[in-house]
Design a binder for this molecule. Structure first.
Ligand SMILES: Nc1nc2c(ncn2[C@@H]2O[C@H](COP(=O)(O)OP(=O)(O)OP(=O)(O)O)[C@@H](O)[C@H]2O)c(=O)[nH]1
Ligand SMILES: [Mg+2]
Length: 291
C-alpha cells in the first residue's frame, strides 16, 4: 500500500488566524492564540497521522519587518518553512489589503510548491464583498486553490484536508506514527505562560518577555513546574510583579488552569520574574532561549 507524507506549512501576516487554523485542523490546542500580533514566535509542528498518510503541519510566526534580532530569528523560521514546504497554506483574512502583500505574492507565484490560499474570518464578511475578494486573489495568484474559511468557527475547514491529500507526495512517514508534535512539554508550558502574559499585560511588556521552564517534574498525581519570566528591562519587572505581587499571582492562576487542562493532571506552578537586559537583541541569549 502506498503511503503519503509531507510538510504543510502555514504562513501569513500576524493575526490572520494561522494558529487558530492549525489548532482547528488538529483538534488540539498546540499553538497559543491571542488577539495581539506576534503571538507565535516559533515554528511549531502539529502532525496528523493516518494509516496511509502523515501530514506535518507547521505553524509559523506572522511575517513582519524585523525590529529586533528576535524578529530576525522568527522570520528565519518563516523562510525555512517556505523553502521546505511540500504544500503551502497561505493564510490571509478579509481585512488584509492585497496591495500591501506584493512581495509575498510574487514569492508564492515563483514557488514550485502548490499553494492553498485560505481567506479567513469569513464570519465577519458579507457574500458580495467576499466574492470580489476571491476574484482579486485569483488574479494575483492564479495557481492557488482558494478557500474562504473561518478558522475560529470551523467553517469550510473540512475542505482543506482532502485538498492537501490530493497534493501530498508519496513518501514514507517522517515521524513516528504516534508523534503529534516536534515540541516537548516544557515548551508548551512556557507557551501557556506567554499567552497569559499577552492577555494580562499591556503594550510592550509582553513582547519584552521570554519564559523559561526551569523545572518540570512529574509525580504520581501532580506535576511541579518552576518557570522564570525574563523581562528585558528593570522597569518591566515591577510591572510584571504588580502591586504586592497581585499581577504575577493572577498570571500564575490563569496559567495553571490551562496547564492542568493540557496535561490532564494537577499542576503546582512557581513563577519568578527576572531581568535579562536587552535579551531580544543579543544573539547568544536568543540561542539560549531556543531561537
Ligand atoms: N472573527 C474571527 N476571528 C478569528 C478567526 N480566526 C482567528 N480569529 C481571531 O484572530 C486573532 C488572531 O488569531 P491567531 O490564530 O493568534 O492568529 P495568528 O495568525 O496565529 O497570529 P500571530 O501568531 O500573531 O502571527 C484571535 O483573536 C482569533 O480568535 C475567524 O475565523 N473569525
Ligand atoms: Mg500564531
Amino acid at each position: 500500500m502506498s503511503h503519503k507524507a509531507g510538510f504543510v506549512n502555514i504562513i501569513g501576516s500576524p493575526n490572520v488566524g494561522k494558529s487558530t487554523l492549525m489548532n482547528q485542523i488538529l483538534g488540539e490546542k498546540l499553538s497559543i492564540i491571542t488577539s495581539k500580533k506576534q503571538t507565535t514566535r516559533h515554528r511549531i509542528m502539529g502532525i496528523v497521522n493516518e494509516e496511509n498518510y502523515q501530514m506535518v503541519f507547521s505553524d509559523t510566526p506572522g511575517i513582519i519587518d524585523p525590529a529586533y534580532k528576535l524578529h530576525e530569528s522568527m522570520m528565519q523560521y518563516v523562510d525555512e518553512a517556505i523553502k521546505d514546504a511540500d504544500i503551502i497554506l497561505f493564510v490571509t483574512d478579509i481585512y488584509e489589503k492585497i496591495e500591501s502583500l506584493k512581495d509575498r505574492i510574487d514569492r508564492m507565484n515563483q514557488l514550485s510548491a502548490p499553494v492553498i490560499l485560505l481567506i479567513n474570518k469569513i464570519d465577519q464578511s458579507d457574500q458580495q464583498a467576499l466574492e470580489k475578494l476571491v476574484d482579486s486573489w485569483k488574479d494575483n495568484i492564479p495557481k492557488a486553490q482558494i478557500l474562504p474559511i473561518s478558522a475560529l468557527h470551523g467553517l469550510s475547514i473540512d475542505f482543506i484536508l482532502p485538498k492537501i491529500l490530493e497534493w501530498l507526495p508519496d513518501h514514507p512517514p517522517y515521524f513516528e506514527k504516534d508523534q503529534l508534535t516536534n515540541r516537548n512539554m516544557r515548551f508548551f508550558m512556557a507557551e501557556i505562560i506567554r499567552e497569559k502574559i499577552l492577555l494580562l499585560y499591556q503594550k510592550e511588556v509582553p513582547y519584552s518577555c521570554e519564559v523559561v521552564v526551569e523545572e518540570y517534574k512529574e509525580d504520581t498525581d501532580i506535576i511541579r513546574i518552576r518557570a522564570n519570566i525574563m523581562a528585558s528591562r528593570k522597569s518591566q519587572k515591577s510591572i510584571l510583579i504588580g502591586h504586592q505581587g497581585n499581577k504575577v499571582k493572577q498570571l500564575g492562576i490563569d496559567s495553571r488552569k490551562d496547564m492542568e487542562e493540557f496535561v490532564g493532571k494537577k499542576v503546582h506552578l512557581e513563577l519568578f520574574v527576572k531581568v535579562d537586559e536587552g535579551w531580544r537583541d543579543k544573539s547568544g541569549k536568543l540561542k539560549k532561549y531556543g531561537y
